[in-house]
Every structure is written in structure tokens, then in C-alpha cells.
Design a protein around this ligand. Structure first.
Ligand SMILES: Nc1nc2c(ncn2[C@@H]2O[C@H](COP(=O)(O)OP(=O)(O)OP(=O)(O)O)[C@@H](O)[C@H]2O)c(=O)[nH]1
Ligand SMILES: [Mg+2]
Length: 371
């Protein structure tokens, strides 16, 4: 425990130094190193915490995971109940939910895990109100649904800001960075770096224990993105806004608020009333849409496709991944597949395991015989 306190004390100290330092060209380097140090200590602290068992660790299950994120009392638990039939305590006061409550939502043949989380609060990124642990759960989500009370729609901006400070970036593509560790030769960069701050990027690398590596950028990257990447503190997650409690405002207000939120954040906005069960089914469909999942139908060699039980995969999944989703062991014996659908030029086209499948493809897998 003493050690944990020492670590959090050190984090606080560094964060204070960070927030007191003016951001300008001269201090940039120092700030980057500070960030690298803070990130490393936070990781250490989070690691220690999970070993103490906090009720916050959660196992991913189903085809994909959605996290319901919002301030206290926004209606997250009410939503979980109507999306998944899992009871999570609902009450008319803040901080009702104090642990992660997972539920499973069934839609389009997919099983989507929905996580009801305790309400986050301002300065969650500093660890307030269990912020660090809530953040670590949010990071495993494939989609973040920001839940706001329609009467406090501006909370959405504050939540986006909090998530940003937790290094959870919404609807931004992840930078394309490859790090190949070496045993000698120092640090070498390949590709475009924005801002010519290689020196402090190297120092930050050294801070995380990397002294020799070839680093390749597929897309232009600046020092901040780079440092966040190497300290593994950043995730890039798709996100939408659920505007809850629309039963309390007029339809005209719903339209105005949805439009405003969409314009300001670029996110799709789904109006709903959890307690009055308005739009619940359309929220289910939209969540499925935003998870970028596809369905493929399996057809036995001499049979008809099973349209009842599609195989749900992430968009961009290959034949190999489909085989592994069915059975990890037999996938090793996959010889080829035949596919009918928009991913192929003609019906029953023979394809290899790297072939990328499309939604609604019909697929037959052929295996090597095991003797
Ligand atoms: N009018 C109205 N009230 C709602 C709606 N959804 C939830 N509520 C009410 O809002 C209050 C809070 O709902 P919860 O589902 O407990 O909210 P929460 O986000 O889980 O809250 P915490 O667990 O404290 O973070 C309860 O009194 C609900 O009945 C809605 O769509 N319309
Ligand atoms: Mg709750």
C-alpha cells in the first residue's frame, strides 16, 4: 500500500509540474518527457491496482463491446436494462452504480456486450471518483456510447474532454506507427515527422526503456501522438452520443439538440428515452451499425447456407479469421474456401485464407484431411 501511495504521490507531483508549465516551443521537450514519465507511472499504478481486485476488471465477451459512459444520473443503468434485460440498480440519485455491470444485447444474430459503468466525474483523469479504473474499462470497448441527459446535453462536451484527458481519442484514426526493436544502431526514424522534434521523441523512447529501434511512420505523426503511442497510453475508439430522457423535452428541441451536438462533435446522435422505452430498438440497430460488424453465412459443402445462424465478424475480417472464429484448432487445417457474395467476382469463387469477406457473403470452408 505504501508503495502505491508513493507512486500516486509522484504522479500528482509530476502532473502538477505539468499543469504549471506553460506550453511553448521552449518547454515542449520537457513536457513530452514529463508525459512519458507520468504515463509509465500510471501504468505501474494501474497494474498494481488490478492485483488488489477492485471489482472493476471485466472480461470481454460476445462479438464486440460497447461502454456506456456518462455523468451520474444520465440513465446508463436504465439503458442497460432495456438493451440487455440485465438489472442494474436504477435510482434517482447520483453514483448509484459503483461497479461495472455487463449485459449481453442480441441483435442481427450478434451478441454485443454492453457495459454499464459508474458515472464519471470531472477530473476523472486525475483518478477522482475511480476515474483511472473507469478509464481502464472504457479502453477495452470497441464503441463508446456517451450517454447524456437531454436537459444537460452540454455534458457531452465535458465527457469528451475528460476522455481526451484519459488519452481516449474518439473517432480519430489511430496513427500508423511500427516499432522494430533492435540490439544496436540507436533510434532511426523513417517517414514524416511533423514539427522536427526527433530529439525529444528519442528521449521519451529512452524513458520507456527503448534505446535501439527502427521506427516507421505510415502517416505523418507529431511528437505528442508519438509519445502517447509508445507509452501505450492512447486508444482510438469509435463513439456516438445517446441523448437520453427525450420524453422530457419537445420533438423540436430533440431535433435542435441532436443537430447541434452532431455539428459540434461530428458524432451521430441517437435520441432515446430509456424509462419510456422510446427508440430502444433503433438504438440497438445503430449500435450494431457503428460497431462495423459483418455477417457471413456458412454453407456446408453439399448443402444450403444456414441463414438462421450467421457468423458475426468485424469488418475487414478474412477467411482465416472466419475459420478461427468457428474453431481455433481446425482453422490450422484450412485449405481454402469458396465464397459467393460481393467480395467475389463469381459464385463459389475459390479463395485463400487472406481473402477479405464482405457482409452477407456465403462461405464454405475446405480443410486438409487429418490422417
Ligand atoms: N424521464 C426520464 N427519466 C429517466 C430516463 N432514463 C432514466 N431516467 C431516470 O433517471 C434516474 C437515473 O437513472 P439511472 O439509470 O440510475 O442513471 P445512471 O446513469 O445509471 O446513474 P449512476 O449509476 O448514478 O451514474 C432514475 O431516476 C431513472 O428513472 C428517461 O429516459 N426519462
Ligand atoms: Mg447507474
Amino acid at each position: 500500500m505504501g508503495n502505491e501511495n508513493a507512486v500516486s504521490g509522484k504522479i500528482e507531483e509530476l502532473e502538477e509540474e505539468y499543469s504549471k508549465t506553460k506550453h511553448n516551443k521552449a518547454t515542449n521537450k520537457h513536457l513530452g518527457i514529463l508525459r512519458a514519465k507520468i504515463a509509465r507511472l500510471k501504468k505501474e499504478a494501474a497494474h498494481k491496482k488490478t492485483h488488489h481486485g477492485t471489482g472493476f476488471s471485466v472480461k470481454k465477451s460476445g462479438n464486440a463491446t460497447v461502454a456506456l459512459v456518462g455523468f451520474p444520473n444520465a440513465g446508463k443503468s436504465s439503458l442497460l436494462k432495456h438493451l440487455t434485460n440485465v438489472e442494474s440498480k436504477v435510482a434517482d440519485y447520483a453514483f448509484t452504480t459503483i461497479a461495472v455491470i455487463p449485459g449481453i444485447m442480441e441483435i442481427n444474430g450478434a451478441r454485443i456486450q454492453v457495459l454499464d459503468l459508474p458515472g464519471i466525474i470531472e477530473d476523472a483523469y486525475k483518478g477522482r471518483g475511480g476515474g483511472t479504473m473507469i478509464g481502464s474499462v472504457i479502453r477495452i470497448a470497441d464503441l463508446i456510447a456517451i450517454v447524456v441527459d437531454a436537459n444537460a446535453y452540454k455534458d457531452a462536451y465535458r465527457i469528451i474532454d475528460e476522455l481526451h484527458k484519459l488519452n481516449i481519442f474518439l473517432n480519430e484514426p489511430a496513427p500508423d506507427i511500427r516499432v522494430e526493436k533492435k540490439t544496436s544502431g540507436g533510434i532511426r526514424f523513417f517517414g514524416k515527422i511533423v514539427g522536427h522534434e526527433e530529439r525529444y521523441m528519442i528521449e521519451a523512447l529512452n524513458e520507456t526503456g527503448i534505446y535501439n529501434a527502427d521506427i516507421t511512420f505510415g502517416t505523418p505523426v507529431d511528437a505528442e501522438k508519438f509519445i502517447n503511442y509508445i507509452t501505450e497510453s492512447t486508444v482510438y475508439t469509435r463513439s456516438i452520443i445517446i441523448l437520453n430522457k427525450v420524453d422530457l423535452i419537445s420533438q423540436a428541441e430533440v431535433d435542435t439538440l441532436s443537430e447541434r451536438l452532431h455539428k459540434d462533435t461530428g458524432m451521430d446522435v441517437l435520441p432515446v428515452s430509456a424509462s419510456k422505452r422510446i427508440n430502444i430498438d433503433s438504438v440497438k440497430r445503430e449500435l450494431f451499425q457503428h460497431l462495423n460488424l459483418i455477417k457471413v453465412y456458412l454453407k456446408p459443402k453439399d448443402g444450403v447456407p444456414d441463414l438462421e445462424k450467421p457468423l458475426v465478424l468485424r469488418k475487414g475480417a478474412t477467411v482465416g479469421e472466419a475459420a478461427r472464429a468457428i474453431h481455433s484448432k481446425t482453422a490450422e487445417n484450412l485449405k481454402y474456401a469458396t465464397v459467393t457474395g460481393t467480395s467475389t467476382k463469381f459464385d463459389n469463387q475459390r479463395v485463400g485464407q487472406d481473402h477479405v469477406l464482405h457482409d452477407e457473403d456465403i462461405i464454405t470452408l475446405f480443410y486438409y484431411k487429418i490422417i
